[in-house]
Design a protein around this ligand. Structure first.
Ligand code: FE2
Length: 205
């Protein structure tokens, strides 16, 4: 099989009580796993078996005949990215270049957090809220279902999954509480900062 379910970068219970081990066992062990398995099934015997997840996402993004492949590849990509946006004892505030850029774009870190939370809470139905780099500018965007910034010529820096499977067992319908817990206790600013640094290095090379 070309793609395997990547391991979590921490133990299943590491984010408790903000995200329970039970949620992680379903979210990573069932939902994320299902996207990977389905993708393998859909691309079996095709040249896509030799491509990366990103290549498959970009190649199938606007192809009406390949919607199922896109959905599963994009969800596999988004989830792998999302796990790294979380860490035990996360939260607090970013530092360095990321903090400077957030302050310059959104006036303050607090205003950025409000904007990300607003995007997450107002995403109608399933989807994602993101901090992205778009033509050199930081932006908060939201995407529906499996849609991902890499299919829209944007570089993702940070995300929060707002599909119900991300929070329903722990928070039921209280999505705003889940997003607040993400910002206060889980978010890995280091991961976002690393993504920004890598993107800036690429553009100035
Ligand atoms: Fe998810």
């Amino acid at each position: 099989m070309p793609f395997e379910l990547p391991s979590l970068p921490y133990s299943q219970d590491a984010l408790d009580p903000y995200i329970s081990a039970r949620t992680m066992s379903f979210h990573h062990g069932k939902h994320h796993a299902a996207y990977v398995n389905k993708l393998n099934e859909l691309i079996k015997g095709s040249p896509m078996e030799k491509q990366t997840l990103e290549q498959i996402v970009r190649a199938t993004a606007n192809d009406v005949g390949k919607v199922a492949i896109f959905n599963n590849a994009a969800q596999a990509y988004n989830h792998e990215f999302f796990w790294h946006c979380l860490k035990p004892k996360g939260g607090g505030n970013p530092v360095g270049v990321l903090a400077e850029r957030l302050n310059a774009t959104f006036d303050s870190i607090e205003k950025f957090k409000e904007e990300l939370k607003n995007a997450a809470v107002t995403q109608f139905g399933s989807g994602w809220a993101w901090l992205v780099l778009d033509q050199g500018n930081l932006k908060v965007v939201k995407t529906s279902n499996a849609m991902t910034p890499i299919a829209q010529n944007q570089t993702p820096l940070l995300t929060v999954d707002v599909w119900e499977h991300a929070y329903y067992l722990d928070y039921q319908n209280r999505r705003p509480d889940f997003v607040q817990a993400y910002l206060d206790n889980l978010v890995s600013w280091e991961y976002a900062a690393g993504n920004l640094e890598a993107a800036l290095t690429r553009t100035t090379r």
